[in-house]
Ligand binder design. Structure first.
Ligand SMILES: [Fe+2]
Length: 355
């Protein structure tokens, strides 16, 4: 066998698959594509997101993260709301609280808050993050995500996005049926005994918790439907929150072979996390890990990549789409900021089962 030919063809396949995933037209909108009247931009944006699930604003004159926030809140009149700071406490305080809760969980993504709403996302490394809807362990979470790129890495460091309805349609028929009556609940166990300040933060944050016999704290998240029917278009969208580090690593290595060797996401292996999956009546779903792994694989298979340029704003429908951080180089600059907007309840989007 001529290994030169074999090698060349394999590389071209990899390169083609990567390029096809990079998001381009018609998802990218420039100043030439939007209405002249800025008062129409908010409806224009939400209509586009309704059609596509996500869009990228490119080449708009947004100078920095604070300008990005003013652009959304003042120019577009978008009502921001942050699932991780429901009480809207000041940036330095919520950053401090976030570090404390990261310590409780033994994990964290090092995001910091410039103010009560505006977050700088965590650092990049050579791991692919588990795909998730933002705040996916909570019933009340944000309907839209806005991410702004102040500095883009030269290589990789994209944001992955997957249309969860496409993901759902690609699942096996058995899994599709199982998800229609699947309810999930995440529980975290603290990695240490908590002091008074750490306990006070759980109380202030209204996180349900109780003291275990081993004196570690058990934190109980909301019981929520796995599958949501999209309120705009009725599409079925599994609300993935992929915590299984080994599965994410294996699926990412398989789907993005050009990125190998990847590292495993460190936080996924350090936190103590239990995932309960039952039918609505409480009956357990026995093959839950196989189901989650199928969901992770399908999400990566359906992925598109935001190859960031400075000034980009990516707008994501947080019901319709999952997102995650791709791998990159820790020594390359990457400054991505996030705002969230318009809370909704997942339990308002449940799938009505036939009698
Ligand atoms: Fe996220």
């Amino acid at each position: 066998m001529d290994i030169t030919v074999e090698y060349a063809s394999r590389n071209s396949v990899v390169e083609t698959s990567v390029q096809e995933r990079v998001i381009g037209a018609p998802y990218i909108l420039t100043p030439n594509d939007v209405p002249i009247d800025r008062a129409q931009w908010k409806d224009f944006i939400y209509n586009k997101v309704r059609d596509f699930g996500f869009i990228i604003f490119r080449d708009f004159d947004i100078n920095d993260a604070h300008h990005f926030q003013r652009f959304l809140q003042n120019d577009l009149s978008i009502k921001t709301w942050n699932v991780f700071n429901k009480m809207k406490v000041a940036g330095p305080i919520i950053t401090f609280v976030r570090r404390i809760t990261d310590g409780i969980l033994g994990a964290g993504d090092n995001r910091s808050y410039l103010n009560s709403e505006l977050q700088q996302l965590g650092r990049i490394d050579n791991s692919v993050q588990g795909p998730h809807v933002e705040g996916g362990v909570y019933n009340k979470r944000a309907r839209y995500l806005f991410m702004y790129c102040e500095e883009a890495p030269a290589t990789w460091g994209e944001t992955g996005i997957a249309d969860l309805n496409s993901v759902y349609k690609s699942l096996s028929p058995e899994t599709q049926v199982a998800l229609q009556d699947a309810w999930q609940q995440f529980e975290f166990t603290s990695v240490k005994r908590l002091n008074w300040l750490e306990r006070a933060i759980l109380v202030a944050g209204r996180i349900k918790h109780y003291l275990r016999p081993d004196e570690h704290m058990q934190m109980v998240m909301d019981r929520i439907p796995v599958l949501c029917r999209h309120p705009d278009n009725g599409l079925l969208c599994p609300q993935i929150w992929a915590y299984r580090g080994d599965s994410v690593y294996a699926a990412a290595s398989k789907t993005f072979p050009e990125r190998k060797p990847l590292d495993k996401e460190c936080m996924a292996s350090t936190w103590r996390l239990e995932w309960k999956l039952t039918q609505h009546n409480g009956n357990p779903i026995s093959n839950k890990f196989a189901l989650m792994d199928e969901l992770i694989n399908a999400t990566f298979e359906n992925s598109r990549l935001v190859r960031w340029q400075p000034g980009d704003i990516t707008i994501v429908d947080n019901i319709r789409c999952a997102h995650w951080r791709m791998n990159g180089y820790a020594d390359q600059p990457r400054k991505i900021y996030q705002l969230q907007a318009e809370p909704f309840l997942a339990t308002d989007c449940i799938v009505e089962l036939p009698n």
